[in-house]
Design a protein around this ligand. Sequence first.
Ligand code: ACM
Ligand code: ZN
Length: 538
Amino acid sequence: MLKQIITAIFFSVFCLCAQAKTVSTANWQVIPLPKQVTAVDAQSFVLSKKTSIFYTDGDAKQKRNAEFLASYIKELTGIDVALTTRKTDNQIRLAVADVDGGSEAYRLNVSKKAVTIDGATHAGVFYGMQTVMKSLPIVKGEKQVLLPAVEIADAPRFAYRAFMIDCGRHFFSVDYLKKLIDIFAMHNINYFHWHLTEDQGWRIEIKKYPLLTEIGSKRTGTITAPQSGEYDSVPVSGYYTQEEAREIVRYAAERYITVIPEIDMPGHMQAALASYNDLGCTGGPYEVCRHFGVIKEVMCAGKPQTLQFAKDVINEIMDIFPSPYIHIGGDECPKERWKECERCQAKIAELGLKDIEGHSKEEQLQTWFMDEVAKQIRARGRKMIGWDEILEGTPSKDVTVIGWTSPKATVRAAKAGHPTVIAPIQHFYFSNVGLNKITGIPSIERVYNLEPYQDGLTPAEQQNVIGAEGCIWTEWVKDAKKMEWELLPRLAALCEVQWTQKEQRNLDSFLQRMLHIHDIYRLKNLNYKEDIEAAVKK
Ligand code: ACM
Ligand code: ZN
């Protein structure tokens, strides 16, 4: 009898240990933190190979969502789940339903019977799936994962949640951009701002102007370090065909990300001038730039063919990119050449432009030039977006402004009544050399604690701030390793600024939750900045 009791105890302890060892548990404290997470005192959902994902028959978008979710579960837990259009027990059910909080909102309920993800749209469902994915433990060879019972109600704080990648200074392949888009998707980013043209390289095929890529996409070398005066002779080249750009648009759209193309004008155009010398004030000769900075050679605003060129390019761009926003730059356009150029001065006279307080006649010439291009954009039902230097002129109020030069630029734009995006160099430029010298927690605090509703804005003016954007400029970023090091985990901090409600943002809580997103980065072999984690763990 005693032997039987001992054996029974041994087996129960063995089973308990075995169970403790094999059952890992999800954690709903994810990044970005959802609006409401209410733990429910009930049994957990058991995720195992018996689990299936339900979607409504005939709903192709939901089927794709279901496929994504199955792939996330497989990647993090190793568990294979099937897709089905029949309702059964032990299911994750995806549906579009009546959910408050705008088109990207979702409700996630977890009980023993089912996990339901109801989205206001398919995008809402997708964000619910991201929350599930980021909650999962990373396990290998375990048969079950427990999802604690919970009710989550979530919606983003801002509708515009963007990240910009400069492909002009260095070229990144279509496959790598897809990888970046996947990274954006898991951080609930919904706009990929694709900076396609620079002094150092024109990266998009324009059929009407083939020399832009034949000549403008290639440079013979690059300055070796800021102000070094020395150049290497390593050629840098590459461009995206229109077909490839469409492929990026499609890939991003499947992940509910809109691609905003940028053709930066009238400055940052030396690669275009090298291709078509006639576009400049002096007529050249020009080379595709091998150094960086603000370049004085810009498009001539006085020549009719220059404006025609800009309109033609933007028209082809709008054929490729269905984005509601079309970015036409406007930043860092020195007026030195325009001041000396007969044609630019003749245009100023023809338009009757005069220096007025705060706006020189050359700055107003730029406004005129960009507004002519914007007419083309409006005519096709799209919206012009530009960098904050466009406020040096007097753009119309429907133009969206990205405030990059400082947080104050955002205040200026929002006060002037423009839809405004906050993207200050001091906080959200992850390639900022100064920012990259900061190590440990201060380097992420710099991102995390920037409040888009800057002091000095009235509640009505705050409504003009439509969101936030991070940027990576690639003068000194040549490869994936550096790109990811600059991006991660600061993208996690940015996404919480973009998505999470202000009153819920808390740096200490974020830093603790960040550790699990690091596990996911490691699983995906992403090269994140490790000093922040080291500081948190100390
Ligand atoms: C910019 O950083 N020149 C927009
Ligand atoms: Zn000119």
